[in-house]
Design a protein around this ligand. Sequence first.
Ligand SMILES: *[C@@H]1O[C@H](CO)[C@@H](O)[C@H](O)[C@H]1NC(C)=O
Ligand SMILES: *[C@@H]1O[C@H](CO)[C@@H](O)[C@H](O)[C@H]1NC(C)=O
Length: 298
Amino acid sequence: MNSSLISEGSHRVAVYYQTQYDPSLAANSPFGFYVTTLPLIGLITHLLLAAFHINFDDVSVHLNDFVPEAPIFVQMWADIAVLQQNGIKVIGMLGGAAPGTYTCLTPDLFDTYYPVLRDYIRRFKLDGLDLDVEQDTPLDDILHLMDQLKHDFGEDFIITFAPVASALEEGANLSGFDYIELENKAGHMISWYNAQFYSGFGNFFPDDLYLAIVNFGKGLDPSRLVATTLTNPADGFGFIDIDEIISSAKNLSEMHHFNFGGVAGWEYFNSLPGADNEPYLWAQQMSDAMHELKANQT
Ligand SMILES: *[C@@H]1O[C@H](CO)[C@@H](O)[C@H](O)[C@H]1NC(C)=O
Ligand SMILES: *[C@@H]1O[C@H](CO)[C@@H](O)[C@H](O)[C@H]1NC(C)=O
C-alpha cells in the first residue's frame, strides 16, 4: 500500500447537498421548503454542494437550475458560510449525470469557460471541487483543469473525484479515462476519491470491493477512499441499509494500520432514518460511528 501519498484525514463524514428545496414538504420560504444544512454542524467534515454545470450555449455556470448568485440560493450561501466558520469544508461538485460540463473544458474552449467557474469558486469561497465526470473525457483535459485549479487556488485547494467504484479497479467507468492512469499521473493533486458504491457499479456491503480497490495495482491508501452510498432508496439504485454501511466501515477500520477514508451520502435532503423531516440523522449516526471507530483504531 502506498502510504507516501496524502494520508491526513480519515473517517470523514460527508453529504452531497443537491436538493436545496424539498418539493415534498410545505413551503417555508418564497421558493418552497428550504433544506437547511445548519443541523449538520458538528456532524459532518465535508459538504459536497451539487451540482455545478457549465453551460455551453450562454457561457454560464449553474448550480442546478440557476446561477449561483440567484435569490433562491442567498439563504443557502449564508448557511454555508456558517458551516465553514465551524470547520466544515465545502466542496463544489462539478458535473454529474447531466452531460456538457467537461466538453466546455477542452483546450480550445478552456479560456472561455473556465474563468466563469473560477470566479464563482472565488466569490463563494469554495474549499475545493469534486469532479464527477460522467461523460467520455480525455484525461489530458482533466489534468489541465487540475493544474489550473491548483495554480489559481493553491496547494490546499481540495480536489476530489467521484467515480463509480468499479472505475477504481479498472472496471466499468463513466468517464472514458483510466483512473489508475489518472492516479499515477496526478495522484499527488487528488485529496481523495468519493467512490459511488451504487447504481450497479459495486457495493459497499460486504467490504470486498473497497478492499479490492485499495489493493488494486500499486494500491490506494485507504485514507483516500471515501465510500459514497445512497441515503434513501428513492435516490437511486443500489441502496444499502445504514447498519450495513457501519458494519463494513467497522470491519475496515479494525484492520491493522487501516486508515479508513470515511463515508459520504447521496444525498442529504431525504436521508434515512430521519427522511425529509430530519435528514441530519444519517450524518449523526455516521458521525457517532466514525468517532468510535477512530478512537478504537489500532
Ligand atoms: C472506461 O475507461 C476506459 C479507458 O481506460 C475506456 O476504454 C472504456 O471504454 C471506459 N468505459 C467503460 C464503460 O468501461
Ligand atoms: C468482515 O470481515 C469478515 C472476515 O474477512 C468477512 O467474512 C465479512 O464478510 C466482513 N463483513 C463485511 C460487512 O464486509
